[in-house]
Write a protein that binds this ligand. Structure first.
Ligand SMILES: Nc1ncnc2c1ncn2[C@@H]1O[C@H](COP(=O)(O)OP(=O)(O)OP(=O)(O)O)[C@@H](O)[C@H]1O
Ligand SMILES: [Mg+2]
Length: 443
């Protein structure tokens, strides 16, 4: 979940605030400039897809060659969507001469409009781009099939840039094989530390390196989170304290995540997310246990596929974790809407982990992801019932903001620490990198 090593150095020299506080992203502009027929940009809400595409068009001087269509709920009607595509293409230098005007009419089919567009565009002999933002809003299968037809049969100079919150079924695998597809995904869009610094600078906020590192770590490079932090930080009397306390429960972040992610989920999915938010990582079995229903694994896989701030931890896609900011929001919501459930949920989850580790000891079943470096007796559950406080035994519960003090003072609930691969206040991930504990539980 972190930007690739070394990326910062390159970005440091390149990323700088552009107009209106927009951080220029030359590395991504280069990817967008590849001659592939189709570029897809897929990432969760607030990852910077729209801003990237708009700033790329302006940076590359493509304003009169790029037709921009933002799909919305209304565009589930094929005729309305294709009429907007036609109008946008007519707005480009090349399209204005080629694409004939069409008016809305009853019975005018999306298929007919696509055929007409293909005919009009056939003589196109200079590069032009059709950029469709929010493609995931084109819910109707029919519109997607029509778009697929256009992509496959359009003349070579017409290139497509398609941005969406999640994967859409467009049969693009054939283009991938032919090397005609460029893919920009969440890891590519994540802001590096240098880009985060540029964003804060553009907002008039100068942060010391440790505070910047904390915010970058907490947001996992998610630009909407960084931007919201920057807005709250402008004029803040104590930026270091703000950074230390920043989480998904911060009011502006919580409002964003509620509106854009949580409130859009159906009731049973919301329930699963809220109840499993007490866990540091979750699988289908645990989700079913905590919700009292079935099909949890499928729901988690769907959420991951939908880029809903759910990340899989293993190649089998059976263990998941929530983006730190999202987890913070979920825990806040659980405390707000069902505080009485927390104890029972913790108890049930603890019993499950206990039973699983007994099973593992007895039958040698594989280790749970991420447990390799956990001090003995530490349960992977966050919140008040956490079995490891990271503090002296006199503190028996995890309170928000608690932090391990030092390896010597660490105690688990069941035994003293042996030699183990952790260092103060950090966990070592299976990948070998060190990570800071979450704000919620001091881990
Ligand atoms: N390059 C950037 N420089 C500065 N701020 C940025 C940049 N990219 C994104 N942001 C900030 O992050 C916010 C979210 O970005 P954007 O709207 O592009 O996300 P998105 O991925 O298109 O989200 P959605 O899926 O909701 O459409 C912007 O409103 C802006 O404040
Ligand atoms: Mg967008």
């Amino acid at each position: 979940m972190r930007p690739a090593e070394g990326q910062d150095t390159a970005a440091a020299s390149a990323s700088r605030p552009g107009t209106g506080g927009i951080v220029s992203r030359p590395r991504l502009f280069e990817q967008l400039a590849t001659p592939a027929r189709v570029t897809v940009v897929t990432a969760p809400p607030g990852s910077g897809k729209t801003v990237l595409l708009r700033s790329w068009i302006s940076h590359s001087g493509l304003a009169d060659r790029a037709a921009w269509v933002a799909a919305g709920w209304g565009d589930r009607d094929p005729q309305q969507f294709w009429l907007s595509v036609l109008a946008a293409l007519r707005g480009t230098a090349a399209g204005s001469a080629l694409v004939q005007p069409v008016s809305a009419a009853p019975g005018l089919e999306g298929w007919a409009l696509v055929e007409r567009l293909l005919k009009d565009l056939a003589p196109l002999d200079e590069p032009a781009w059709l950029v469709i933002d929010d493609v995931h809003e084109l819910g109707a299968d029919q519109v997607l099939r029509q778009l697929e037809l256009l992509v496959m049969r359009a003349p070579a100079p017409l290139r497509f840039v398609l941005a969406a919150r999640h994967e859409v079924r467009l049969g693009l695998h054939r283009l991938r094989l032919a090397g005609e597809l460029t893919e920009i995904r969440q890891p590519d869009l994540r802001f590096s530390v240098a880009e985060a610094r540029a964003l804060f600078h553009a907002a008039g906020v100068e942060l010391a390196d440790p505070a910047l590192a904390i915010l970058h770590d907490r947001t996992e490079g998610w630009v909407a989170g960084l931007r919201l932090a920057a807005l709250s930080l402008a004029g803040h009397p104590d930026p270091a304290r703000f950074a230390a306390e920043f989480s998904g429960s911060e009011r502006t972040v919580a409002e964003y995540l509620l509106a854009e992610v949580l409130d859009r989920q159906p009731g049973p999915v919301r329930l699963l997310l809220l109840r499993t938010s007490i866990l540091e990582r979750v699988n289908g079995e645990l989700a079913d246990l905590l919700t009292g229903s079935s099909g949890g694994e499928r729901v988690l896989q769907d959420l991951e596929q939908a880029n809903a701030f759910v990340v899989s931890l293993d190649t089998a896609r059976s263990w998941f974790r929530y983006h730190q900011m999202f987890a913070g929001l979920l825990r806040l919501e659980l405390r707000r809407t069902a505080p009485e459930q927390a104890t029972a949920l913790h108890r049930a989850a603890s019993a499950w982990f206990e039973a699983t580790s007994t099973r593992r000891r007895r039958y040698g079943t594989p280790r749970l992801p991420g447990t390799g470096d956990r001090p003995p007796g530490c349960s992977p559950i966050t919140g008040p019932a956490c079995t490891w406080t990271g503090r002296r035994p006199s503190s028996t519960s995890c309170s928000p903001g608690s932090r391990p003090v030092s390896a010597r003072t660490m105690r688990s609930s069941r035994q003293s620490p042996r030699r183990m691969s952790w260092r103060t206040g950090h966990w070592r991930l299976p990948s070998g990198t060190w990570t800071r504990p979450s704000a919620e539980c001091g881990r």
